[in-house]
Ligand binder design. Structure first.
Ligand code: BGC
Ligand code: BGC
Length: 863
């Protein structure tokens, strides 16, 4: 069971407050009258100025239609100000009901990466459609005197309708980029639209047309290429596939839905690849590199654009009037509407998530206000009434939204279930759709090495299939698959599709060979060849940001696996799953063949298609994938982009071997000092042990904190003792027992880390624990940076509630620590538990996890 700590809203009072002060004094942690210090804001960067004249003058593929304009004007003339304000707000289905949509006249709903109908992200397709019908009915069922405007539901169908169980999941964009096949991109767009429309959704937040320039960014895999030319050649085709051809009868109808070009502008160009970071490009680079995809997307008639969380020279994109109004609308001729990103308006200086006229005035037409929609509705309404937001601007935003809804025929189409493809669940993962995805897998693989033409293999062999990616749907599909981070997915979540091992096994068995799955590479009978499937584990957004491009820094487990097989005289073919190019020269040198497979999606069978010969002995298919990102020679060789001078990659942009043109590479130069230490900003305690580089310590009345690197251990004053016991594996649980003899604390600390993006992303501190003895006194949870700043929440109630319930989890939004005074940009103690009286807890893990449910904080210490 999982529990989100309940909101009690009020600061600590009376007894609790006195106790805390005593505790803090007793544990000498109190030199901090400053525990309520607000984080210091960075100095404002000078605003960069946009010169519209240097941007090309373009036109949308969608022409203005006088009949639609008449209807827009008519609707506007009949709408109340409340209806207009509601129209520009989008709420998340986890935080809004159909009744809210009716009452507040909301223009749109979305399902965020972890949201689903009726609170179930893993709901089956019919349930999604049912809720879509309910939202639609609520929007159309208005009281007399009100105007009925169909609500639209937006969703992240970023690699197929990858949010839902049973859909066809295509390779992530990085793999598609390697195909260099704009026609196939268009077909993928068509399938994605159909599979999204089946469950009643009208709008996909795709394609991502970022041109990623620093592969440390956690969203690199959402990008087709570092090259603006590749992105330009794809963006328009993907939009045509999703939306249909402007002017044709099935534009936005039939099997088509509304597309989004995102994230405008320059998301792929942030400094050091930081998610939600600052893009320091020149205006010319913004135009020539980062805007390339928008130019073809607008020509293809894209109807929505999503702004980026990122900034340009310190100015947040959600409030950049120059780029939104003067470039996107006036120069590029975009004629749909602009939506901002998930609460991104809250990051605009002077704004909060529930109050942000600045974004509307700068050109945002619809606010993505997942959980903040009600407050935002109220403040916006008040500001329009007060005249701080001019009615003309509100009318303009509403008109843009209505225009798109009218173009899509939504006023006439009826309920989602009655529209073309509505409820045609057979379309999800249909054999035709899967065949297109499998073709995309084949076309997207890049053959980096094939020494002595070991590939293609004869299928009639004894094949060992090793590595933790071999039979793991979660790992081959990556982030934005069913869940936001793509974590927690198991085989059963994918009723269709093949793991890579399953694809290999069926090919080999059909030819009379044998395939054995052995994740750790052990075997009884020596195989003829080993196929080792390894790579990155799933992540999304900032959770995927890295300091460098080392694969498995500090602990090259997969390198050891490859070498152990090779040392036994077995030929090794390595298939590498990753969201970006990485430094894997040692893995390449230790393998006979090496394939960059990126994140191929559900159709793992496409990999076997390329690895084995057909019955006639000829290659069944040849490789055609060519790198759309430059491949680095060293972990720190980033940024690295084609066109740089000097340009010295390991494998250049456009590289890729094939069977028709064999070539041996020999040994590649390995980077000196290629060993880097794993940066770890999100896991603090794992299997009962401090996760490196974090360390455990105890503090009690004797003041000085004592390291707890050896367990069992007792704090000097006897207030706290630590032991380890077994839960699932040996010694995977840390048992902390407060004796009550003196107040004491247990802390996990290390060098300061910056969690500000994780705060914006609503992450939570996730504790896996079992309360063995309910606290008789109070227990506080701190996050902070030594004496300078500390955010404290009262965990007593949550822990008492968890007592006697066995293993459970407690999530505390990390924003709660910020609100209580912690400086989340320089956090050196992400976890500290303090108790004064008897209390015993078994701890399995402490780490960051997505916050779920409505945001709430336990009572905090506020000054
Ligand atoms: C992401 C967007 C996504 C949105 C809705 C944001 O955090 O940046 O790409 O479309 O959430 O899930
Ligand atoms: C949502 C995602 C969103 C993210 C923003 C998550 O909780 O599910 O859709 O992109 O928050 O950081």
């Amino acid at each position: 069971m999982s529990r989100e700590v309940e909101a009690r809203g009020q600061p600590l009072r009376g007894h609790a407050r006195r106790l805390f002060v005593v505790l803090m004094a007793a544990t000498s942690l109190s030199a901090c009258a400053a525990f309520a210090t607000k984080p210091t804001a960075p100095p404002p960067a000078p605003l960069a100025t946009i010169h519209p004249d240097i941007w090309p003058k373009l036109q949308s593929g969608v022409a203005s239609d006088p009949a639609i304009e008449t209807r827009v004007a008519d609707l506007l003339s009949r709408m109340t100000v409340e209806e207009k304000v509601g129209q520009i707000i989008q709420a998340d289905v986890a935080s809004v009901t159909p009744d809210d949509v009716r009452k507040y006249h909301l223009g749109s709903v979305l399902d965020g990466g972890n949201s689903g109908p009726y609170g179930d992200d893993r709901a089956l397709a019919p349930v999604w459609l049912k809720e879509a019908d309910e939202f639609y009915a609520a929007s159309m069922n208005v009281e007399p005197g009100h105007v009925a405007i169909p609500v639209i539901w937006g969703s992240d169908s970023v690699h197929g309708n990858s949010n839902i169980i049973g859909a066809t999941v295509f390779p992530h964009n990085i793999g598609l980029g390697a195909m260099r096949d704009p026609d196939l991109i268009r077909k993928i767009g068509e399938v994605t639209a159909i599979e999204t429309k089946v469950i009643g959704q009208d709008w996909t937040f795709s394609p991502t047309i970022a041109v990623v320039r620093d592969d440390r960014w956690g969203r690199t895999y959402e990008s087709y290429s570092e090259s603006p030319d590749v992105v330009r050649s794809y963006a328009g085709q993907m939009v045509l596939g999703i939306q249909g051809v402007p002017g044709s009868p099935d534009f936005l109808r039939g099997g088509h839905i509304i597309a989004t070009a995102k994230h405008y502008l320059g998301d792929g160009g942030t400094d050091k690849g930081h998610d939600q970071g600052d893009n320091l490009s020149s205006e010319e680079e913004l135009r020539d590199i980062h805007s390339a995809g928008y130019q073809s997307a607008i020509a293809a008639g894209v109807q929505t654009v999503m702004t980026s969380y990122s900034s340009w020279h310190g100015q947040k994109m959600a409030a950049n009037r120059g780029l939104l109004n003067d470039v996107l609308i006036d120069r590029f001729g975009f004629n749909g509407f602009v939506v901002d990103d998930w609460n991104a308006h809250g990051q605009v200086p002077g704004c909060t998530t529930t109050d942000c006229s600045a974004a509307l005035l700068a050109g945002i037409d619809m606010f993505m206000a997942p959980d903040s929609w009600k407050g935002l509705y109220e403040s916006t309404l008040a500001e329009v009434k007060a005249g701080t937001i001019p009615m003309a601007r509100l009318d303009q935003a509403v008109a843009r939204i209505l225009r798109v809804k009218l173009r899509a025929g939504l006023f006439e189409e009826g309920a989602p279930s009655t529209r073309p493809y509505g409820g045609k669940f057979d379309e999800l993962g249909s054999p035709e759709h899967r065949a297109i995805a499998r073709q995309a897998v084949r076309e997207s693989l890049v053959l980096l090495k094939n020494e002595k033409n070991i590939l293609p293999l004869k299928p009639r062999l004894r094949v060992l299939v090793a590595g933790d990616g071999a039979d793991d749907m979660g790992k081959q599909t990556g982030g934005w698959t069913i869940s936001w981070q793509g974590t927690g997915n198991v085989r059963a979540d994918f009723p269709h599709g093949d793991t890579i091992y399953e694809g290999i096994a069926s090919t080999v068995k059909a030819a009379g060979g044998s395939a054995t799955l052995s994740v750790d590479g052990s075997f009884k009978k020596k195989p003829d060849v080993a196929i080792v499937v390894i790579g990155e584990n799933p992540y999304a957004e900032f959770m995927g940001d890295r300091d460098n491009l080392a694969f498995e820094p500090g602990d090259p487990r997969d390198l050891r696996l490859i070498r152990s097989l090779r040392d036994k005289g077995i030929a090794v073919v390595t298939v590498f799953l990753s969201g970006r190019p990485m430094y894997v020269t040692r893995e390449i040198n230790s393998s006979d063949a090496f394939i960059a497979a990126f994140l191929p999606g559900t159709e793992g069978g496409g990999i076997a298609d390329l690895l084995f010969r057909a019955k006639d002995g000829k290659p069944a298919y040849d490789f055609r994938g060519r790198l759309s990102f430059s491949w680095p020679k060293a972990p720190d060789q980033t940024p690295l982009n084609v066109g740089d001078t000097p340009y010295d990659p390991l494998f250049a942009f456009g590289y890729g071997l094939d069977y028709a043109h064999p070539r041996d590479l020999g040994a590649l130069p390995e980077a000196p000092g290629g060993e880097t230490v794993a940066a770890n900003i999100d896991t603090y305690l794992q299997a009962g042990h401090a996760a490196p580089p974090w360390t455990l310590s105890m503090t009690d009345t004797h003041g000085a904190s004592s390291p707890a690197d050896r367990v069992p251990a007792t704090a000097p004053g006897g207030g706290l003792s630590l032991a380890r016991i077994d839960h699932l594996t040996q010694e995977d649980t840390l048992v902390a027992t407060w004796t009550g003899s003196a107040p004491a604390s247990l802390a996990i600390s290390g060098a300061p880390i910056d969690l500000s993006r994780q705060v914006n992303g609503d992450m939570a501190l996730h504790l896996e624990l079992r309360v063995d003895e309910a606290p008789t006194g109070s227990v506080f949870l701190n996050a902070g940076c030594g004496d300078k700043c500390r955010g404290t929440v009262d965990l007593t109630a949550a822990l008492r509630a968890a007592a006697g319930r066995g293993w459970t989890t407690i999530n505390v939004r990390i924003a709660c620590f910020r609100n209580a005074g912690a400086n989340m940009a320089a956090l050196s103690t992400p976890f500290e538990l303090i108790a004064d009286k008897r209390f015993a807890v078994s701890l399995g893990a402490v780490r960051l996890a997505p916050g779920e449910g409505p945001p709430s904080c336990p009572a905090g210490m506020q000054s």
